[in-house]
Every structure is written in C-alpha cells, then in structure tokens.
Design a protein around this ligand. Structure first.
Ligand SMILES: Cc1cc2nc3c(=O)[nH]c(=O)nc-3n(C[C@H](O)[C@H](O)[C@H](O)COP(=O)(O)OP(=O)(O)OC[C@H]3O[C@@H](n4cnc5c(N)ncnc54)[C@H](O)[C@@H]3O)c2cc1C
Length: 326
C-alpha cells in the first residue's frame, strides 16, 4: 500500500542518515528513515567494545551532546548515544525494511521496500559501505569457518586463526585474538603492516610479531582455503597454513547493485572510486531529487567520508530541500 506523500525518505539509519532526518525535520518537513537492519546497523555489526578513533564531540549529530568521562567512545557508547538522539528527535523509523527500488521523479517518487511503497518528494541515500565485503576471489572463501566480519575473540582461545589483511581492522583483530589465547597467523599481501594503521595500534602489532606471539607472512598471496588450511604463496614458496578459523578483513564497498540498478544513480566515472555523481554544494545526485550523504559519497574510497565529516552533509541537504522541497 502506498503511504501519504512525505517530503523526504532517508535510506539508511546510520549516524549520517539520522543526522539528515533530524535536520530535514527541523526545516518543518516530513521525513521517515528506512533501514534494512537495526538502528545504526553498521555500528551494531562492529567488534564488541570497539574503540572509536574519534573523540565524542566529533561524532555528535544535531547538536546533541555526547558526554563521556573517557577520551574515546566505545561501540556501546555510540549505540546508546544515537538511539537517544533518534528518540529525543522523535524520528519516524522503519527498521528491518530493505529498500529495493525507486520509481518516479523529483517531487513524485515511490520508494519500493520489502514491506511496501513510500511516496516522497525527495530521497536521501545514506547507505554507507559496510554491507558488501571485498572478497579474495579464491576457492574455499564461501566455507563456514571463513568470515569477513570480526566480532570478538573469546570463541577462538586455544585455536588456530588466520587473519588476512594489515589495516586497522585486521591489526586490532589479530591483537585481540592473540591476547585471548588464539594462535594467530597474519597474512599480508604487501611488504609491511599498513602505515595507515593508527599510531597507537601499529607498534603494538609490530612488537607482538617481533616477539613471536603473532606469526606474520608478508608479500604473501592466498590461493585457496580448505576446511583446515589456508594455502598461500610466500616469497619462500607455497605453504599450507593450519587454520581452524579465517578472518578475511580486506575491507568493504558500497552496494553498487543498490546504487545503480535499484536507485538508478549515475556514477562519477572520472573518479576512480566511482562515487555517485553529486553536486558537492547540495549533495543532490545526477538523478534530480535524490541526494547522497555520508560514506556512500566516496564510492570505493571508503575512508574519504566518515562520521566526523559526513555528518555535515545533513545541513547541506536539509537546506537544499527547504529551498526546493520538490
Ligand atoms: C571498525 C570501524 C571503526 C570506525 N571508527 C570511526 C571513528 O572513530 N570515527 C568516524 O568518524 N568514523 C569511524 N568509522 C567509519 C564510520 O563508522 C562510517 O563512516 C559511518 O558508519 C558512516 O555512516 P553512514 O551513516 O554514512 O553509513 P552507515 O553507518 O554504514 O549506515 C548505513 C545504513 O544504511 C543501511 N542500508 C544499506 N542498504 C540499505 C537498503 N537497501 N535499505 C535500507 N537500508 C539500507 C544499513 O543497514 C546501515 O544502517 C569506523 C568504521 C569502522 C568499520
């Protein structure tokens, strides 16, 4: 059943989607937020007790204070904060409802979801990048003991775990797993732990490798995963690494099927990261009436926009909608 026409539908209840919805609402416009999962679903999926690199005031939306006794918030603090903001702003949320298509044009859209259809004058796409993992493209990747999302280490005490990748997520996972008693092997395609790993994590990892608590293979490619091994080619030749469990933490990418096939958003083909083509002043995409906000604006460059800087898209979009609601 088609709803009464709203001024805007925000797709994605992440921090930036919520920021957009509350700023749009403050313009006196009607808005609903649709998410295929929970409120701030990406943060729900982050590792248990994960520490943000940002200080709390840089994660705030809508001017709501994020008071914290400690210097850096953890995942649970952020979950609590964004839930409180959504409640305080009385945002209209449609959770566990996936957007599957978009018909119509500016002023007269129909957003298609798994639970029905929503009529709206404008659409804001704030769908992030955390739903599609970058795969290794090797045999065995689909086996049940291979995971692209790391949650917590405790199930792996006394077990052999191979962690693939050498950026922040893999570095943190390898350290936590080793400290929880897992035998950890890190497999890295490049020659070193990435320079982009945060300055308080990198030396910790390098020292654990040096003291032998974590075994690391650099300049190494994975050729296959079997139920008990990870097959690799190291500079010294092929090797079969024992593995009860594999974490392939090689990053994520926006859902291009959603962006191009379902929402029909033209991409910026002059940018190697292929973001949705959009006007940086208003964030309106090349499909008039559809706006892009947050991490999704960076395309494959997933570290271009994050909460700290992406949250400011909300005012630009709400301002544009207030001027031209249709
Ligand atoms: C481990 C980790 C630590 C981080 N630490 C920081 C930090 O300290 N500071 C910082 O600024 N950033 C940090 N980031 C980055 C930050 O979390 C992201 O940039 C942020 O989540 C982006 O917000 P967003 O609202 O754009 O997207 P997201 O938070 O990813 O929200 C997108 C939402 O869209 C929903 N969605 C997707 N497809 C559909 C669909 N078809 N229908 C309906 N809903 C859909 C998803 O379920 C999701 O809830 C971190 C990221 C990771 C992975």
């Amino acid at each position: 059943m088609l709803t009464e026409k709203l001024d805007a539908v925000v797709i994605g209840a992440g921090p930036v989607g919520l920021a957009c919805a509350l700023e749009i609402q403050r313009q006196g416009l009607t808005v609903t937020v649709v998410d295929k999962g929970a409120l701030v679903n990406s943060i729900v999926g982050y590792p248990t007790n994960m520490e943000f690199f940002s200080t709390p005031e840089l994660l705030e939306i809508g001017g709501h204070p994020f008071p914290m006794a400690s210097y850096k918030p953890h995942r649970e603090d952020a979950l609590d904060y964004y839930q409180r903001v959504a409640a305080a702003e009385k945002l209209d949320l449609r959770l566990y409802e996936r957007v599957t298509g978009l018909r119509g044009q500016a002023g007269d859209f129909v957003v298609e979801t798994t639970k029905g259809e929503i009529a709206a004058r404008a659409v804001v796409v704030a769908t992030g990048f955390f739903d599609v993992p970058n795969t290794l493209g090797i045999p065995g990747e689909e086996l049940p003991h291979v995971n692209h999302y790391y949650k917590e280490p405790y199930a792996h005490a006394g077990r052999t775990v191979v962690v693939v990748g050498a950026k922040n997520s893999s570095a943190k996972a390898a350290l936590a797993l080793a400290r929880a008693g897992a035998r950890v092997t890190l497999v890295v395609r490049g020659g070193e732990v990435s320079e982009s790993v945060k300055y308080w994590i990198r030396p910790d990892l390098l020292n654990r490798i040096k003291e032998g608590r974590i075994t690391a293979y650099f300049n190494t490619t994975i050729t296959a995963i079997t139920p008990g091994t990870v097959e690799v080619v190291t500079p010294a030749g092929p090797r079969s690494l024992p593995a009860d469990y594999v974490y392939a933490l090689t990053g994520y990418r926006p859902d291009y099927t959603l962006l191009t096939d379902m929402l029909a958003l033209p991409l910026d083909e002059n940018d190697a990261a292929r973001p949705p083509l959009h006007d940086p002043a208003t964030h309106e995409t090349a499909r008039p009436g559809v706006y892009a906000a947050g991490t999704v604006c960076g395309g494959l460059a997933t570290s271009r926009w994050f909460i700290e800087n992406g949250r400011h898209h909300a005012q630009l979009i709400a301002g544009a909608l207030a001027k031209h609601p249709a």
